[in-house]
Write a protein that binds this ligand. Structure first.
Ligand SMILES: [Zn+2]
Length: 327
């Protein structure tokens, strides 16, 4: 599972901020307490010395048992006195200890060298947040998808019912090597809605998803082409499009035509196919038009390796307006 390096770094920074805040606040309270009761600091030092004494006694040998008992009694007294002073200051032990957001890992993100669940949760919400900044992820879910717009045409209704079920199950069962899909059909038939619903589900499951219109990718790819470093290394967009767990390329064919972008898109689609990484493409174009617009090998990659879903019906946006005006 992976949300990419950027999200990982951002989550790490956020954990660091939480940790510093928790520890800073506790340290501040503690130093205020010591300022008010300097004897509390001395008690704390005596407690530390006492604890070290116990370790020494064990190493030294002799009558360890009675020595330990003596030290333990002393520790009890020191602690009680310390607590009494705290109470006098109107504080508790909790007040002077850091209040970590996640007590399990103390906001370090790791427990016994393994990723803590809070770290994963944080990455997931950052990835979700980032994607929803660009697209209406929360509006376009499976539960907000309505089949009622397709009711007038029984054939379209049946087809869309199947497509809806297929998309839902695709999202729920998503794996790193899930098949690639091609959403075909006219504008306003729910292609974008269902691909965003898949994106939301797959992100929730902890995978890295990149979603964008062909036009927005084209703009970023062109921009990188000119900013490209001298060592010829791939830009951020290009490498992210190659490496993400799921790439969703919306509205293929609506971008401004460019030989460079066509070649870059072919490279991305082909490389992902070879690496068995899933891609979802939606387009208004027919196979023939794809072939003419891009190339034969481009179209043949898609014909050969993508599961095709043919969206039917009338433009939902028009249907929605009709339903609203009837109310
Ligand atoms: Zn944690």
């Amino acid at each position: 599972m992976g949300y990419g390096k950027k999200i990982y770094e951002e989550a790490k920074t956020e954990l660091e901020r939480r940790r510093q805040k928790a520890e800073g606040e506790a340290a501040e309270k503690l130093s205020g307490f010591y300022l008010q009761f300097p004897q509390a600091r001395e008690l704390r030092e005596a407690m530390a010395k006492n604890a070290a004494g116990a370790a020494k006694a064990v190493v030294r040998g002799g009558d360890v048992r009675s020595e330990l008992q003596r030290l333990q009694e002393r520790a009890g007294k020191l602690n009680a006195e310390y607590d009494r002073l705290l109470q006098e200051a109107g504080l508790t032990r909790e007040d002077i200890s850091p209040r970590y957001t996640c007590p399990a890992c103390k906001d370090t993100g790791f427990v016994d060298g393994r990723l803590c669940s809070c770290f994963l949760e944080l990455q997931r919400s950052l990835a979700y947040e980032k994607l929803s900044m660009d697209v209406p992820l929360e509006k376009c879910t499976f539960s907000s998808f309505s089949l009622s717009y397709y009711q007038e045409d029984p054939r379209a209704y049946r087809q869309m019912e199947n497509i809806f079920a297929a998309c839902k199950s695709y999202g729920e069962k998503f794996r790193k090597n899930s098949p690639s899909l091609l959403f075909k059909g006219g504008t306003g038939l729910g292609k974008t809605h269902l691909s965003l619903a898949i994106a939301g589900t797959v992100i929730e499951k902890g995978f890295g998803v990149i979603y964008g219109s062909a036009q927005s990718f084209a703009v970023s790819l062109e921009k990188e082409r000119f900013d490209r470093r001298e060592d010829g290394e791939l830009g951020d967009t290009h490498s992210q499009l190659l490496s993400c767990d799921l790439l969703i390329l919306d509205d293929l064919g609506t971008e401004f035509p460019s030989a460079y972008v066509n070649a870059a898109l072919y490279d991305i689609i082909n490389s992902r196919m070879l690496a068995e990484k899933p891609t979802i493409i939606s387009t208004n174009l027919s196979m023939k038009e794809l072939e003419e617009r891009y190339s034969e090998r481009f179209a043949s990659r898609i014909t050969g390796y993508y599961g095709k879903l043919e969206f039917l019906g009338k433009d939902i946006r028009i249907e929605k307006r009709k339903q609203n005006s009837r109310r």
